[in-house]
Design a protein around this ligand. Structure first.
Ligand code: NAP
Length: 312
């Protein structure tokens, strides 16, 4: 526990993976004098009370944000505008209002439209997650050594931005500041496109006629199962991400389709050197990610392999 919590009252709206991870981290580190949380689903609110995700679970968004000096919306990006509208009239003047949405430019527009001028609106995106959702899926360490990108609008209060950066830093995140549009382009290639590819491959394998579903599952260790983890991600969240980041995703998808055509041509023409050069380049990218500490070097994604038993 810190001596004086940096925020008197933090309000979290939405208690899924990200909201419940924040709740656990805030409580563990004592980042709020009081933590208030809510979710639109009564089942989630009941579960949050049961597992003590906050000091108080409010019945609705408006009452949750009362007197809070930090409010964070942790909801699917498609409802962030509606959430901003539901809290706008109840915010404390001077409060910092933020979010965790995976898309920034459209969320910024959707929320800013409703928020009063006397609060500091600073959107954020912690680039950390898993394929699980719901209040039981969160954990306090989720943001540790991961990036959190802040996209303050032009003219945002520097002190408020710094306060929010300190908050994410306390949770173990490295903070970077970016323009919302640039964020959306970067994330389209590093996150949104990979998810679309995973959703496609897993769907394609499911629809094959000459290979049975049981064979696909049985021999999945050949690479397929690594895509299935990503393709198991929350359908609501990802539907909203693709709709909200349409332009950047379509731009990256165009580049991807061109590269896929090049590789298709190389396979058709038997151009082994083209394939070899491409795969050598991509292997270097994997090593680069490991070398900057964004993943472990453990083989097979750190999976344990069963020990061999000697035949007696
Ligand atoms: P999640 O586990 O599905 O949680 C979202 C929660 O928000 C759910 O409990 C949902 O309730 C609730 N909710 C929906 N509409 C609401 C409303 N109008 N008012 C209050 N609560 C509402 O999703 P998540 O993974 O935590 O994602 C939340 C946000 O974080 C998304 O914007 C996502 O883009 C972003 N994000 C996700 C990841 C990731 O890997 N998961 C990583 C970084 C950022 P119901 O389920 O009952 O609808």
């Amino acid at each position: 526990m810190t001596a004086t919590p940096p925020f008197k009252r933090i309000a979290l709206i939405g208690l899924g993976l990200i909201g419940s991870s924040l709740a656990r981290g805030i409580q563990q580190l004592g980042l709020a004098g009081e933590l208030v949380a809510t979710d639109h689903s009564p089942e989630v609110r009941a579960r949050a009370v049961e597992i003590k995700l906050a000091d108080r679970i409010a019945d609705d968004n408006a009452s949750a944000v009362k007197d809070a000096d930090l409010v964070i919306a942790c909801v699917p990006v498609g409802v962030s505008g509606a959430v901003a509208q539901s809290i706008a009239a109840h915010l404390m003047p001077g409060a910092i209002v933020s979010d965790v949405g995976s898309v920034k430019a459209s969320v910024l527009r959707a929320m800013a439209e409703h928020l009063p001028d006397n609060v500091h609106f600073i959107p954020a995106h912690p680039v950390a997650g898993t394929e699980n959702s719901g209040p039981d899926s969160g954990f306090a360490e989720l943001f540790s050594n991961r990036w959190c990108i802040l996209t303050p609008p032009d003219g945002a209060d520097a002190a408020a931005v710094e306060r929010l950066a300190q908050f994410w830093g306390a949770l173990g995140a490295n903070v970077e500041i970016m323009q919302a549009e640039h964020h959306d382009l970067v994330l389209a290639v590093t996150s949104h496109l990979p998810h679309l590819i995973a959703y496609t491959i897993v769907g394609t394998a499911d629809e094959l006629e000459d290979v049975t579903r049981s064979e696909v599952l049985k021999f999945s260790a050949g690479g397929f199962r690594d895509f299935t983890r990503i393709a198991a991600s929350d359908p609501t969240m990802w539907r909203d991400v693709f709709l909200a980041n349409k332009d950047a995703v379509l731009e990256m998808l165009g580049a991807f389709q061109e590269d896929l055509s090049k590789l298709t041509r190389a396979i058709r023409r038997g151009e082994g050197d083209v394939l070899f050069d491409h795969f050598t380049r991509t292997r270097a990218i994997r090593r680069g990610i490991v070398s900057i500490g964004q993943d472990e070097a453990a083989a097979d994604f750190g999976r344990k392999h069963a020990a061999l038993k000697k035949v007696e």
